[in-house]
Design a protein around this ligand. Structure first.
Ligand code: ADP
Length: 162
């Protein structure tokens, strides 16, 4: 059984994230999407909202499950018995950040390997932070995030919950 985890903020999940999830689900026997809850960070969507969106978006993938994690990811994976951590990379800028992060995780737990998956060219400009900014100005986010996320963003910015 080859199990992998894909951790991230997913605030909100984009088509780029979903593409990585779909492709990883096609490679590994089980994929755990880990929604990070870092109490130092300010999120637009709560961890439960982010996890629920991903659950709904991956409902057709039997081997994908979604959990929330508010501890160190390597400690969490150790407890789950998962040795592979997937991260997506859009370009060089992502890579240098992701590389440093993977070095830190390796120092914390050398038994966990980080695997990088490159973005699909169709999604390489998609970034949750810019999508939120666009949505805050009532810009059109369809084509960047799945329809249910388009609606969730509209709802957040309409009700001023951000
Ligand atoms: P984090 O705060 O952990 O970086 P993100 O939700 O921003 O969380 O990203 C989670 C993972 O998904 C990261 O590895 C990031 O590089 C990757 N990612 C984000 N957007 C894309 C995209 N458009 N294509 C491929 N990978 C992506």
């Amino acid at each position: 059984m080859l199990k992998a985890a894909f951790p991230g903020s997913f605030d909100p999940p984009t088509l780029g994230h979903i593409d990585i999830i779909q492709r990883a689900a096609g490679i590994f026997d089980e994929l755990l999407v880990v929604v990070a809850e870092n109490h130092q960070k300010k999120y637009l969507f709560s961890a439960e909202e982010r996890a629920e969106m991903i659950r709904r978006l991956t409902v057709d993938y039997r081997t994908v499950s979604v959990v929330i994690c508010d501890t160190l990811i390597v400690d969490f994976l150790q407890k789950q018995g998962i040795k592979l951590l997937i991260r997506g990379v859009r370009g060089l800028e992502d890579f240098s950040y992701e590389f440093e992060l993977s070095m830190m995780n390796k120092a914390l737990n050398p038994g966990i390997e980080t695997l990088f998956m490159t973005t699909d060219p169709e999604y390489f400009v998609l970034r949750s932070s810019s999508i939120k900014e666009l949505a805050s100005f009532q810009g059109n986010t369809s084509g960047m995030v799945p329809p249910l996320v388009v609606d969730a963003l509209k709802e957040k910015y309409r009700t001023g919950k951000n």
